[in-house]
Design a protein around this ligand. Structure first.
Ligand SMILES: NC(=O)c1ccc[n+]([C@@H]2O[C@H](COP(=O)([O-])OP(=O)(O)OC[C@H]3O[C@@H](n4cnc5c(N)ncnc54)[C@H](O)[C@@H]3O)[C@@H](O)[C@H]2O)c1
Length: 448
């Protein structure tokens, strides 16, 4: 099939490459000319494992093209897919102007029967609005009859950044929201080659499934973070509790890692969007208030612990390892690490930071006073303490004896419990994790 994908970000590009590798012909459209120019040269505009190699391969095979000019590609589209951003507004609702703008542009140019697919994460009722917007823009062009043949489907994307391509090609399920059998069958043909159950649902259910999935996973994280906050000083260890409950199949072991809380472009936004959606419909989704509050408090508790342990942070030199919202990505959107660095700076600390991939993005988000070091060890050189904020695997490879020699004080605050099993106390470090019940974690921080 011929696909036109609108929006070439984390979802649009991954989806485009995924469908191209399944044998479809893909044209990716983006308004960001610089991004399209890089893509044309075979350069991925963001870091994602394996993505650039796949991009180059599929470009060489002529299976995928990139353009800013929707008009030049829409004439051949069997399917038009929307993968534009839906960021949160100040009140928590999803901002739909990018999506509706794109729908208007598609409607103004579409002159053949095509299926619309919404990949962006959207509130209930949005797919029908996209369809109505496309149809009315077509009608304005005198194509009212044709517009009645246009259909829409909601096929939300569940990929995780850091494992995006693999998740796209090996999903747990493919959720399809649509109104009629022909659309369901078309979408099943589109996904041929992907071995996953297709969940056929109503449009509105599909829209809700996506935000509910993210809200539920975020709830698990806030739950285990609350557990972490009560276990210290009890002799228990949150990792043992997580393992013990996670092996229960009804609970599952994922998203039960205690730390400084969730971030990224999806969880905070989708939890807020679901809470606002409930509010608009007169329902107070109390659980989600708590999920957000726990998440926001978690990073402050971590900073508070650093202050309580070190006394004032004024003029103290802190090394920070990790700025991305999670490992294997350069994405810093809503990163808890960035929020913690801002707090540390606000308390007068001098920060020397290192991240394997996210430093370019972090430079634009953090004040100029932050020093960006070329290696993790350089960041730690002369530091009064090390603060670990993203669990990059490469941090486990460092020589801790060298690290200790580099630092003024061998003190580590580990916001992701990456080093909890490494026996750092025995090596002479003062080590503080989140919710660790053993000698590795020196003092209780239940207050707050
Ligand atoms: N990032 C994720 O991990 C993820 C996972 C699942 C779902 N989602 C959802 O998918 C959607 C996209 O997320 P993302 O992270 O890929 O966003 P993104 O910001 O990385 O990319 C969006 C792209 O759309 C482009 N765009 C905006 N308006 C356009 C228009 N009219 N025409 C052409 N291009 C246009 C932007 O320039 C940008 O490059 C969001 O709704 C998000 O919630 C994201």
């Amino acid at each position: 099939m011929n696909l036109v994908i609108i929006g070439t970000g984390y979802v649009g590009l991954t989806t485009g490459l995924g469908f191209a590798s399944l044998g479809h012909r893909v044209a990716c459209v983006d308004t960001d000319a610089a991004k399209v120019a890089r893509l044309d040269l075979g350069e991925a505009p963001f870091y994602e494992p394996g993505l650039e190699e796949t991009l180059k391969r599929l470009q060489e095979q002529g299976r995928i093209v990139f353009t800013t000019d929707l008009e030049s590609v829409i004439g051949e589209a069997d399917i038009v897919m929307f993968a534009v951003q839906t960021p949160p507004r100040a009140n928590g609702e999803a901002e739909l102007s990018y999506l509706m703008g794109a729908a208007g542009q598609v409607g103004a140019l579409l002159s053949r029967e095509a299926l619309l697919i919404v990949k962006s994460t959207v509130p209930v009722g949005t797919n029908r609005k996209v369809l109505a917007t496309v149809r009315s823009a077509m009608a304005l062009q005198g194509r009212e009859d044709l517009s009645t043949l246009i259909r829409v489907a909601s096929v939300p994307e569940f990929l995780r950044e850091g494992a995006a391509l693999d998740d796209f090609l090996h999903p747990d399920r493919i959720v399809v929201g649509a109104d009629d059998e022909v659309v369901f069958q078309t979408i099943e043909r589109l996904h041929e080659g992907i071995a996953a159950p297709v969940v056929r649902v109503r449009l509105e259910s599909s829209e809700l499934i996506k935000v509910c999935a993210n809200a539920f996973l975020a709830t698990k994280i806030s739950f285990i973070n609350e557990v972490a906050n009560i276990v210290e000083g009890t002799g228990a260890d949150v990792r043992e509790v997580a393992r013990g409950i996670g092996l229960d199949k009804r609970i599952g072991s994922q998203f039960l890692r205690a730390g400084i809380g969730f971030g990224g472009s999806c969880f905070p936004k989708d939890v807020s969007a679901l809470k606002s959606y409930a509010g608009i419909h007169g329902y107070d989704f109390k659980l989600l208030h708590a999920v957000i509050e726990v998440n926001n408090t978690q990073r402050h508790r971590f900073v508070q612990r650093i202050v309580e342990t070190m006394g004032t942070l004024k003029g103290r030199k802190l090394a920070v390892w990790g700025l991305a919202f999670k490992p294997d990505t350069d994405d810093i959107r809503e990163s808890a690490a960035i929020a913690v660095v801002r707090d540390l700076l606000g308390l007068g600390a001098e920060v020397s930071a290192y991240d394997p991939k996210a430093m370019r993005n972090a430079r634009t988000a953090l004040p100029e006073s932050v020093h960006f070091a070329p290696t993790a060890m350089d960041a730690a050189s002369g530091a009064d303490a090390l603060v670990v904020l993203t669990e990059w695997p490469e941090f486990l490879q460092v020589s801790f004896s060298t690290l200790k020699a580099q630092m003024v004080e061998p003190m580590i605050f580990d916001g992701r419990n990456c080093f909890a099993d490494l026996g750092l106390v025995a090596l002479g470090f003062q080590y503080f994790g989140v919710g660790l019940g053993n000698a590795e974690s020196a003092s209780s921080w239940m207050r707050g």
